[in-house]
Write a protein that binds this ligand. Structure first.
Ligand SMILES: *[C@@H]1O[C@H](CO)[C@@H](O)[C@H](O)[C@H]1NC(C)=O
Ligand SMILES: *[C@@H]1O[C@H](CO)[C@@H](O)[C@H](O)[C@H]1NC(C)=O
Length: 387
């Protein structure tokens, strides 16, 4: 325990030091400081995680605001964060779940025959998606899952969630994992939502080549990925050419940005989080309410809502999620439940913010799974059954 405490103290000294030196005006130093800050932060959080209920919040609230904002506004800090996520999980999994790591890293000709990576759906570097398909050609078109990863509008990637696409393929779907423009490279959630629309268009126009059914695309989003997906659906006047998915599944999503900002503030993560600039624009011309699917839905007539939302909507949340409280999902559900479509809410006792995805990515044959009450397979079976 003493060494953990020392590590925390050393890191805090680091934060105070760089804050006093104030090298943040120089872009090169700013990048360096932002990367070092996120690295130190991740290190301290992973060490403290087993001992604290909200290690993320405990650490973040001790970082000076200037440093938090430097991290938030530096793209390299978030690519470092993505790299650290993989660097910390893959070696640990190599010991406990070698088969999964093998599948994750598999680049053999056989693997390449069932995946088509980095398909561009727009001109930006991040407007690319990966397709996980069955050996081609095949006769019966399969339903498609388009997966939109989370990461607080600023981080996450299709590579980190590669196993989601691969597991959907194992479940009989064509799995599509998309990247999208993230803060700070793209200023707003509106750009991110538009990317979901563009990826839907690409999928409709191209997925037949990969054995997918363009008329049966299930949109699945996690966390901020589900938020921008819902935003895309509700603001679909921005994307008239985008095909409506046949179903929408959200996992642990923030649907009310004002409430979520208050929650982030209570945790002390509000200044490192991209929530504020991504959802209000840097110039604050946009109110949080305009980026909040719950409030947008509340302001719509039932008829309007019915035309915007797909006929099948399943909203999942774990009630022990401390990153996004489950009230977000139950409030959104309240707005949707009376429209005459198949709307269902799945509340799980356990699983936290990511458990349901982690369980899915690690495969179904493991007995030590942390999230026994609901699985993605349960939800998807329900969705397919209804649609
Ligand atoms: C975040 O910034 C605000 C000022 O904009 C400050 O009042 C607040 O204390 C900061 N929060 C943390 C956790 O540092
Ligand atoms: C505010 O920012 C958004 C997004 O960056 C931009 O579209 C809008 O034109 C800006 N508004 C003003 C008044 O600068």
């Amino acid at each position: 325990m003493r060494s953990y405490v020392n590590l925390v103290l050393v890191s805090l000294l680091f934060f105070i030091f760089v804050d006093l030196v104030k090298p943040l005006a120089n872009p090169f130093l700013r990048g360096l400081v932002a990367r070092s800050t996120i690295t130190a932060t991740v290190a301290v959080i992973s060490v403290l995680n087993p001992f604290l209920k909200d290690a993320e919040g405990e650490v973040a609230r001790r970082i000076p605001k200037s440093l938090s904002n430097a991290v938030r506004d530096t793209p390299e800090a978030w690519s470092t964060f993505n790299a650290l996520t993989l660097a910390l999980t893959v070696p640990a999994l190599a010991i406990t779940k070698p088969k999964i790591v093998q599948q994750f890293l598999d680049n053999s000709p056989a693997a390449q025959a069932t995946q088509s990576l980095d398909q561009p759906y727009g001109p930006a570097a991040l407007q690319k998606l990966d397709v996980y398909h069955h050996p081609l050609p095949h006769n019966n078109l399969r339903p498609v899952v388009l997966f939109v990863h989370g990461g607080a509008w600023s981080h996450g990637s299709k590579v980190i969630f590669r196993m989601v696409g691969k597991q959907f393929r194992e479940e009989g779907f064509v799995g599509v994992n998309m990247n999208y423009r993230r803060y700070p490279n793209s200023a707003s959630v509106i750009d991110q939502a538009a990317d979901v629309g563009k990826a839907l268009i690409w999928t409709r126009d191209n997925i037949k080549r990969f054995g997918g059914d363009p008329a049966n695309i299930i949109l699945v989003g996690h966390s901020s990925g589900a938020h921008i997906s819902a935003l895309h659906l509700l603001l679909s006047e921005n994307q008239p050419a985008s095909p409506p998915p046949s179903a929408f599944v959200s996992l642990c999503a923030p649907f009310d940005i004002t409430n979520h900002y208050e929650w982030e503030t209570s945790r002390g993560v509000e200044n490192i989080s991209a929530l504020k600039p991504a959802n209000s624009f840097q110039n604050r011309t946009r109110a949080f309410a305009e980026s909040s699917p719950t409030l947008i839905a509340a302001a719509m007539t039932q008829e309007e809502l019915k035309t915007r939302m797909p006929p099948v909507v399943h909203l999942y949340h774990a009630i022990d999620d401390t990153t996004v409280p489950s009230m977000s999902t139950s409030d959104f559900y309240t707005e949707l439940e009376s429209i005459n479509t198949d709307i269902k809410m799945h509340l799980s006792e356990t699983g936290g913010h990511g458990g349901i995805l982690v369980d899915f990515m690690l495969g179904t044959d493991t007995s030590e799974n942390s999230n026994p009450t609901t699985t993605i397979q349960d939800i998807i079976k329900d969705v397919i059954h209804i649609s």
